[in-house]
Design a protein around this ligand. Structure first.
Ligand code: KG4
Ligand code: ZN
Length: 336
């Protein structure tokens, strides 16, 4: 029996300090996530300098715990994979430098992973039958991308947001409704008590492209709130949340199905934090059923930022012999 490939993944691109050990790209042996959300909530969003400082304070413990939970030591590892971008530069540098030191000290290969590629690889976790080709929709706080995954490491971007990311729109609308950060889950909860048809918020259609735009929708929500208050009418937050969410979900569902049709592809993976949204899951399930498309949405813990997805992406670099050097840097605006 050939030896398992054990990859330690490290993720610090935003406000989660995370480390995980994954065997053969799909078996999650440990998945440690230290979330800084409680620290950033008071500021209504992630403060880059505070995020970087907290990564520095936690990374050693988080990595030790990931190795301990997996029941292995450094010498059992095949390689160390780390997110090198996109993300907050100070936050990225903490993970990149820690990974470089660890790999150098232990004589292990170093692997650089694009955070977006990591989100795509979350589809492989505990799901070894899921293989390319497929269409991936990445919907997170920082990104909204439709990507055709022709093979491991072979990505064709089909569409992306032209302004706000889907999660960013959820967070901003939540903020104007006075809900705590991060707002996606709060809107999801509140929307369950509201009427999704109450307010006809706009659905942006960007010509024949598969691109997204959510900033107009966000402005429409703010305008609706202001005019309702000015008229002295009562504001029904649950209806606003449900109507806003419905507009986002409709556009995401429509473009994802269209992308599958354009690429003649019968498999769709939806990843990133917004993939936790209950209405989006419901809408995609129905649309994929109607169009005979196989839908895979990872478990919520693998949708939001984590290091198991980085380790999984790293495994495929390892198989392809793609390694990073000790001059690896954090690249805040890295593209797929
Ligand atoms: O993937 P992620 O953890 O971090 C980034 O790479 O950005 O995604 C975080 C985003 C936040 O904007 C958060 O509000 C959103 O995912 N999110 C949700 C839900 N859970 C998390 N958005 C809508 N509904 C949810 N249930
Ligand atoms: Zn992410």
């Amino acid at each position: 029996m050939s030896k398992q490939v054990l990859i330690l993944g490290i993720e610090t691109s935003c406000d989660e300090t995370a480390a995980a050990v994954v065997a053969d790209g799909g078996f999650v042996l440990s998945n440690v996530i230290y979330s800084q959300i409680d620290i950033h909530r008071d500021f209504g969003g992630v403060v880059p300098e505070i995020a970087a400082r907290n990564h520095v304070g936690k990374i050693d413990h988080v990595v030790q715990k990931a190795l301990g939970d997996a029941g292995i030591s450094l010498s059992d590892l095949s390689a160390v994979a780390v997110t090198c971008g996109p993300g907050l530069v100070g936050a990225l540098l903490v993970g990149v430098n820690f990974a470089k030191g660890l790999a150098f000290g232990a004589g292990l290969p170093l692997i650089a992973v694009n955070h977006l590629e990591g989100h795509i690889a979350s589809a492989y976790l505990e799901n070894l039958d899921f293989t390319p080709p497929f269409v991936a929709m990445i919907v997170s706080g920082g990104h909204s991308h439709l990507v055709h995954v022709g093979d491991y490491g072979n990505y064709q971007v089909l569409g992306r947001t032209q302004d706000d990311a889907a999660g960013e729109a959820f967070d901003k609308v939540a903020r104007v409704l006075g809900l705590p950060y991060p707002g996606g889950v709060e809107i999801d909860r509140l929307a369950k008590q509201g009427n999704p048809s109450a307010i006809p918020f706009p659905r942006a259609k960007l010509g024949d492209t598969l691109n997204f735009s959510f900033s107009g929708l966000k402005s429409a929500v703010i305008n609706h709130l202001n005019t309702t208050k000015m008229k002295g009418d009562s504001v029904v937050d649950a209806d606003i949340a449900a109507s806003f969410q419905e507009a986002v979900v409709e556009v995401l569902t429509k473009n994802a199905i269209e992308a599958c049709k354009v690429m003649n592809c019968q498999r769709l993976a939806v990843v990133g934090g917004v993939a936790c949204n209950s209405r989006l899951r419901q809408s995609l399930t129905q649309a994929c059923d109607e169009n005979s498309i196989g839908l895979h949405i990872p478990k919520p813990i693998f949708c939001t930022d984590n290091a198991a997805m980085i380790a999984s992406a790293g495994y495929h670099h390892f198989k392809a012999g793609k390694f990073a050097q000790m001059d690896l840097n954090g690249i805040p605006s890295l593209t797929l």
